[in-house]
Design a protein around this ligand. Structure first.
Ligand code: SIN
Length: 537
């Protein structure tokens, strides 16, 4: 079904125009890092659709992985990443990120991030799939909050960086096969055409496409959907990572219980008190996430119980409370004492492993457009991301995008001509009269049921039919508000994810198909590239 090229109408003869050397879309770790890598003699406009503090990065609990201990080696971190990635990582990318990680962590310290210390050195913890302690953290379990505080303060103090919050990026502007800016909507100004010499997309993931997710409400895949509409290549959209331990208590809004809890020794038990991970994998609770999430799913089916339990009762209570103050506080709010009570958990959508294809520096297939962080498929994560490798990817690729975009921008002339673009939508298609919340809820529930941890042909075909039906009457409309645009993006993403899951007839990493339960290296040791967008209306 053809999808209109742009979400909103605009006419460049009458629209408001803004100009920047580099436009950065997204205020998570990758976006801010990119902005800070652009030299001060170039102008950066950074736009984000909510408050600048609202990103997945700000909610990160566990930490940032990097080789910082004399007992660890770069090769170990590389191997752990490759093993978790189940055959689809790009070794060169993995090696580069692993080698640059300690330098990026040091840069965060210079910008004022207060990581937790032990005997005067950075305290290091473990998480699933890591052979060594190599994860730095802050405020116990509020790493993202602390590092984003320091990075946002640094960006606000940088005179060449202008931050526009509450500004929704509807689409990327393209002209003659190049990305030349973005169409954004900003309160007070309305539709603004931002013309930029280079654009960096760092708009994060799309966990909200699932009803059960650790992601904040902003994670609606706007960047992935906009890149797709602009013609950039996407790949591996079937690989949604499910975090094994999300608090499962009515009213808890699916709060994440960090993997670091298991890293510090917590056990997973079924309803009968059995430690089921011992039978599943030699690494038990510290196996990579895909293995633990799938084991929990099978355990819930076997026991006919909607969750399993995290047990910390054998750990030192002082350590538990000091190390996990946020988790302790939230659980206490539900009458749970994490040092004594078993904590009910089940898996929830956590991280989009696929996304916009980028090369080793962060260039997308669309000239003029760079991308970094969760919005991308960079080759670092393969078919399953190793815990705490996402913030570090955002830092390393954010920095290289900022530098690369700056170099490219410098070679382009200073002035732009506002080209006569328009995207008129026939008046009759502007009619609303649609319950956006209802369709959004139906989509998110369907994704859990039919495109969840365990998939099969039958359920995927049903999902494709339902989403296709909704797309027919939602995508052709024009909305004038954020929930409507987000629904259009979520539907676009869901369709791409389901198509990719139907294509990959094997099980690998986060993608498990009960009708093809084994990996099939002969056919599928490769990426699934999303088909190009159909001709625009
Ligand atoms: C966690 O704290 O478990 C999340 C860390 C991550 O997603 O890498």
């Amino acid at each position: 079904m053809p999808q209109p090229r742009y979400l909103i109408s605009f006419d460049s003869r009458t629209a408001v125009h803004r100009f920047a050397d580099v436009l950065v879309i997204g205020a998570g770790i990758a976006g801010i890092r990119a902005a800070l890598a652009v030299p001060e003699n170039l102008s950066v406009l950074l736009v984000t659709k909510d408050r600048v503090t609202e990103s997945n990065s700000s909610y990160a609990q566990g930490g940032i992985a990097g080789v910082l201990s004399p007992e660890d080696r770069f090769e170990n971190h590389v191997e752990d990443t490759l093993i978790a990635g189940a055959g689809l990582c790009d070794r060169e990318v993995v090696e580069r990120v692993v080698h640059e990680a300690p330098g990026e962590i040091e840069q965060l310290v210079k910008w004022g991030t207060q990581f937790d210390l032990e005997n005067g050195h950075l305290a290091l913890t473990r998480e699933g799939g890591h052979s060594h302690r190599r994860i730095v953290h802050a405020l116990g379990d509020a790493t993202g909050h602390e590092l984003m505080r320091a990075m946002i303060a640094t960006a606000r103090a940088a005179r060449h960086v202008t931050i526009w919050d509450d500004t929704f990026t509807a689409d990327l502007l393209t002209q003659d096969g190049q990305c030349v800016g973005a169409v954004v909507w900003r309160p007070g100004l309305g539709t603004v055409l931002v013309w930029a010499k280079q654009v960096i997309l760092a708009a994060g993931g799309c966990g909200i496409v699932y009803r059960e997710t650790t992601n904040p409400p902003v994670a609606t895949g706007d960047g992935i959907a906009a890149a797709y509409r602009a013609g950039a290549e996407l790949r591996d959209m079937e690989f949604m990572q499910f975090h094994p331990t999300v608090l499962y208590v009515a009213g808890s809004a699916r709060y994440l219980i960090s993997e670091a809890v298991r890293g510090e020794g917590a056990y997973l038990r079924d309803i009968h008190g059995q430690r089921f991970m011992l039978d599943e994998d030699p690494r038990a609770e510290l196996a990579p996430r895909d293995i633990v999430s799938q084991a929990i799913f099978r355990t819930m089916e076997r026991t006919q119980h909607p969750n399993v339990y995290l047990d910390l009762s054998h750990l030192d209570p002082v350590m538990v409370r000091t190390r996990f103050p946020g988790i302790n506080r939230v659980c206490r709010g539900f009458g749970l004492d994490i040092t004594k009570d078993r904590v009910p958990v089940r898996p929830g959508a956590h991280y989009m492993v696929g996304g916009v294809t980028v090369d080793k520096e962060g260039r997308t297939t669309l000239p003029g457009l760079w991308a970094a962080g969760e919005v991308t498929s960079s080759g670092l994560h393969g078919a399953n991301r190793l815990a705490s490798n996402s913030l570090v990817e955002g830092l390393v690729f954010g920095a290289s995008c900022g530098r690369g975009a700056a170099d490219a921008a410098r070679k382009l002339p200073d002035r732009f001509t506002a080209l006569p673009l328009s995207n008129r939508v026939p008046e009759e298609e502007r009619v609303n009269g649609l319950d956006v919340v209802d369709v959004t809820n139906a989509l998110r529930a369907l994704m859990v049921r039919k495109m969840g941890i365990v998939r099969d042909r039958h359920r995927l075909e049903e999902a494709a039919a339902d989403v296709g039906f909704w797309c027919r009457y939602v995508l052709a409309r024009e909305f004038d508000n954020r929930p409507g645009w987000e629904l259009q993006n979520l539907l676009t993403i869901a369709r791409l994810m389901i198509d990719a899951a139907r294509t990959r007839t094997e099980s690998r990493g986060t993608h498990f198909r009960s009708d093809y339960p084994q990996p099939d290296d002969a056919h599928w040791l490769r990426h699934v590239v999303s088909p190009a967008r159909e001709a625009s209306a």
